[in-house]
Design a protein around this ligand. Structure first.
Ligand code: FUL
Length: 684
């Protein structure tokens, strides 16, 4: 035994597989989730990309409280904050001396405010790291496109990197050049994204002023974009990149999602998205804040896929993180905690590896379960395919599998599988995946297992696995969604497919004794459905969703148009829409109901797509028994529809109608278009 131990002690760790991360890059991966803040003149002018000419005086948050932001961010489990100190419109959130276009010429704090100071101070107070976003593109500066602008840009950067303490991340946006105000020139200015900024010199400046800061841009140098803004990291996600080919200013951004297996630099992916559709705050998106299921997808598709999440908060015009955003992200944090609360690896009876490096206890299978991130299971150098078999004292049910590589020695695994040993002692494969990297979390259907087998099928060199965790996360209870199409067929959806759905049609509360939903079903005429989703394992229930459908629309037809897209108005799907472009307002939507009904109102849902058009503001509503003579039943406006584009319901005294007409007198943009996601009537 003594001989064995001393032999083990001589076993050398594997040589690193190049490239390897820096210490700062490892720490950045370990932060896992950070916050982005977009706030500036756009917030007050309802814009995403200000042109650079909105008056500085419009920046006027009356209740700004950077500590409120940090409290929410901290409570949401995030570790750092990146602030848009200057967005493309050129407006500076700190009183930069080189321009008049800053907070110093705004009413906020009587022109004496410095928001970069307030945010960096609040970060310190709440133990959050602070990072800066500085847009290279500046649509306000007259200097943009000249060499002088680069000096101006570096002066701004110097300010931000010297006056506000430690900065952990410097964010350079890839959107560059185009139309702008440019000090009044009002023109298009294009630049060569590869050469204009002389990036190498700017990078040197950052290294000098903040040696520990990591620099983000589309392809690095230190952190890369994941190629989309929807928060979806690659299932295959290499933290390595052929950076010299890709940086700076690279058009093949799709390759940034998986990275390059043969990359020669360590440039891990940051997965950025906004908690709302926009990066900046728009009141009209208050009902479109990412909900818990969407946020959980984001977590598993960023942190669970070897990425670091950067979730944006569009701070509102008051200068606060909106209540809905705060509520949802705090719920997000609680759910992540609950998902990963109870590591079932505490109940293992045995863990065996098919190969252990030099048979050394320093690299044996136990190292994936010792809670020490610096120890790892490794195989002999020539072994790139090997398994770990993990046996449990008692059979477990699990639905999450978490695995980490010891990335200090480089990212190695190219392919892996997961199998379970079923009650009849048979092995069954339940997952086949590619990369792991810093962290990989698989979401799986709840599966019973006496043992599990994790197999590295292929790797760049001997695998080094530092951690494995296994969980049975509580099922996410998602509310069901109910739709009825034009033919009267009702479909019920639940995002979580493991929940059972029950419904009633008689107004009673649904329970497990009610009708269990299996397939879409047709309902004629008026119906009120009450629907519930229930987790069969725990009996936890969603809230009851009530869906009131009026007469079925199988006989209805949108008339006075040949446009086939008009079908979208009656298809029961809020995501599809029809936009009528006429020559002038008003524009009419005329529907033949196919029979005479007693109508006492109507409902209108404007387009729900982000770039929808023709949201009706002023309307008139008419009925007719013959399609020739019309009776105006109502005229009015859909108040606040701009800010809150949800179902609009209007009622009037019942009238007999075979035809109905919704007249768009004006729309919110005051142009010529009328758009509809859905239309319905209310019968007597
Ligand atoms: C993009 C910008 O154009 C958006 O406005 C936003 O700042 C986002 C994070 O990056 O490229």
């Amino acid at each position: 035994m003594a001989i064995l131990v001393s032999a083990c002690d001589n076993v050398q760790p594997p040589a690193p597989v190049q490239p390897v991360p820096t210490e700062a890059q490892i720490q950045w991966n370990e932060m896992e989730r950070n916050a982005f803040i977009h706030f500036g003149l756009n917030t007050f002018n309802d814009m995403e990309w200000g042109y650079g000419d909105s008056p500085a005086a419009t920046f006027d948050p009356k209740e700004l409280d950077a500590e409120q932001w940090c409290k929410v961010i901290k409570e949401a489990g995030m570790k750092g904050v990146v602030l848009t100190c200057k967005h493309h419109d050129g407006f500076c959130l700190w009183p930069f001396e080189g321009t008049e276009y800053s907070v110093k010429n705004s009413p906020w704090r009587d022109g004496k405010g410095d928001l970069v100071r307030e945010v960096s101070d609040a970060c310190k107070k709440y133990g959050l790291k602070f990072g800066v976003y500085l847009s290279p593109w500046d649509r306000n500066s007259a200097l943009y496109r000249s060499p002088e602008y680069i000096t101006y840009f570096r002066e701004q950067l110097t300010d931000l990197l010297t006056n506000y303490g430690e900065v952990f991340e410097v964010w350079f946006d890839g959107a560059n050049g185009g139309t702008g105000y440019y000090g009044g020139a009002d023109e298009k200015r294009s630049v060569d994204r590869k050469t204009y900024y002389d990036w190498p010199t700017t990078i040197e400046l950052v290294r000098k002023l903040q040696p520990n800061a990591l620099i983000f841009s589309d392809a690095g140098p230190d952190i890369r974009w994941c190629g989309n803004e929807s928060g979806v990291g690659g299932r295959t996600n290499w933290s390595t990149l052929r950076r010299d080919e890709a940086w700076p200013g690279w058009p093949r951004y799709k390759e940034l999602n998986p990275g390059h297996e043969d990359g020669d630099y360590w440039v891990p992916a940051e997965i950025n998205t906004s908690v709302r559709p926009g990066w900046f705050y728009h009141k009209s998106e208050d009902h479109k804040v990412k909900d818990l299921p969407r946020l959980m997808d984001y977590f598993y598709e960023s942190v669970g896929r070897n990425g670091t999440a950067l979730l944006n908060f569009p701070v509102d015009e008051r200068g606060l993180i909106h209540e809905i955003d705060a509520k949802n992200v705090i719920e997000w944090q609680k759910t992540i905690e609950a998902d990963l609360a109870n590591n079932l690896m505490s109940g293992i009876s045995k863990i065996n590896a098919s190969n252990v490096r030099g048979n050394s206890s320093k690299f044996n299978a136990d190292k994936v379960n010792d809670g020490d991130k610096n120890t790892y299971w490794a195989t002999d150098d020539d072994v790139v395919s090997a398994s770990l078999e993990i046996e449990f004292k008692q059979a477990i049910t699990f639905n999450r599998f978490l695995v980490q590589e010891y990335i200090t020695l480089g990212q190695r695994v190219k392919a892996f599988t997961l199998e379970v040993k079923t009650e009849d002692d048979k092995w069954k494969q339940i997952a086949e995946e590619t990369t792991i990297g810093y962290k990989r979390i698989l979401r799986l259907p709840a599966t019973k297992a006496k043992a599990i087998r994790f197999t590295v099928k292929d790797a760049k060199a001997c695998p080094t696995i530092s951690n494995i965790e296994v969980y049975n996360a509580p099922q996410l209870i998602t509310s069901p969604m109910v739709r009825r199409d034009k033919k009267g067929v009702v479909s019920i959806y639940s995002k979580n497919k493991e929940l059972d759905i029950y419904y009633t049609t008689d107004g009673s509360e649904p329970t497990t004794q009610s009708i269990k939903y299996a397939n879409p079903f047709a309902v004629k005429g008026k119906v009120s459905l009450k629907v519930i989703a229930i987790d069969p394992a725990s009996d936890r229930k969603s809230s009851v969703v009530t869906a009131d459908f009026d007469v079925d629309r199988s006989k209805w037809k949108v008339t006075k148009t040949k446009d086939k897209r008009s079908k979208a108005v009656l298809d029961g799907n809020p995501a599809s829409e029809w936009i009528q472009n006429g020559k002038k307002m008003p524009i009419d939507l005329v529907i033949d109901l196919g029979e005479t009904l007693s109508v006492k109102g109507f409902q209108y849902l404007p387009g729900q797509n982000r770039w929808t058009k023709g949201i009706i503001f002023k309307y008139e509503f008419y009925t007719s028994t013959n399609g020739i003579s019309w009776k105006k039943q109502q005229a009015g406006e859909f108040s606040n529809i701009q800010n809150h584009p949800v179902w609009q319901k209007k009622t009037f005294n019942p009238a007999k109608a075979r035809y109905v007409k919704l007249r768009a007198v004006s729309n919110i943009a005051n142009d010529v278009a009328a758009g509809y996601a859905e239309f319905d009537i209310i019968t007597d």
